[in-house]
Design a protein around this ligand. Sequence first.
Ligand code: ZN
Length: 471
Amino acid sequence: MVDKQDVRKDHVDFGDDMDILVRSTGRISVLDQNFGALVGAGIPFFGVGGGILRWVLYQILTDFHAQRGYHIVMTPAVASTQLFAISGHLEFYRENMYIFKIEDHEFAIKPMNCPFHVLLLMNLLQKYREKVPLPFRMFELGQVHRYEISGALYGLLRVREFTQDDAHIFSPSENTEDEILKTVEEMREIYEKVFQIPINAENIKLRLSMSDPDKIGTDYIGTKEQWEEAEEYLRSVAEKIHRKHGIEYFEGRGEAAFYGPKLDMVLNLEDIGEWQLGTVQFDFNLPYRFKLAELVSKIRGEDIPMYMVHRAYLGSIERFIGVYLDYRKGRLPIVLNPVQVLLVGVLSGSEVDKKIRSTITKLRDTLVAAGIRAVSLFVDKVRVGKYVRKIESTVRPSVQVFVGARELESGETGIKYYNLYERQYLQKRERFADVAELAQAVLDVVEELEEPVRELTGKEYRIYEDLSYML
Ligand code: ZN
């Protein structure tokens, strides 16, 4: 059931409620300033809860990619504009870039990670020669900056600074198709296991984003013939994806990246409509502009045409979180939720309160020792309903457990847990003989909710922080 209040709220409100985001219009009374004015327009400012969310998500994504043969890299935020002259960004992307001078030398904040990844591969090739395996996959949670007009900025949806789950696959032409086909499966795994968004032929389409033939040479690098060839190639890959997964595709003219055509995943969800998720881009330009293909051919002693696949599954992580909060009305998967478990001691003003207090405290200690972000609260039974409803619609814990005189007497309590597919709290009745048994029952529920992510990487993601001040 969706809270009536939540219908009017959007991701900025949800983000503020859960301390994922600092509201830019929020006032710092003593400085007589807005947070947004100090941080700057279009720069997302995550709260403490947002720090947890991002840190855990980054660990999951890093493990996921390392386990699938990607090399994890981290590249600088700033580079000499000479780098972006070679990549073509200066010529084709300049109006989106932040460029500045230091001691007569021109620098740019990176708008994309790709040029650095090409350099990294060139360094490896020169050092390790033919031992460097191809295709070579490189993954980076890369923070980029792109100019957007201030009127377009909003919350996490339109920003000037964002982090991409960015990867580049450097591939001889004969392997490129397989590499692109693999990305579809990887993307599906992440959406389903981390975010519990079902992906199927009914709710997803591929947009084959093509160039505008009249703008080749001005907005797009390369010749008409090269573009035609590249677009035909990607169309045949889209056709294969269609045959294998049943996913439909349609063509979008003038939607390509400046260096090549791309496949964009467009998800259609109830409530929020069409949502563009990941992108897989086919690039026949950068490997040649950087003479990477020449270097590979020299080392291998034969002419090897090289392509580059740029892919991001969540795209802008900031935007993804924003749309996700809108879509889920502020509900997050337990691994990413700042407050995971709420423990409520329901006091009745009698002798039994002492036992209630000790039960909740022990319960909390056990969960905290297991790395679970559990918070506890003691409240009079007359006020408990109102109090908890407020927490439920702001802090939004994934699991709730109540212990009062009745629960202690009967040795039974309900464990409420939020189910993302059903969009509501469900309840499990549990019998317990002592606190240890109750703690185990709560741990079992938490583990069950964590299960999809464990299936994805085989790991558990638990970082405890004391967030009791949020209650
Ligand atoms: Zn790229």
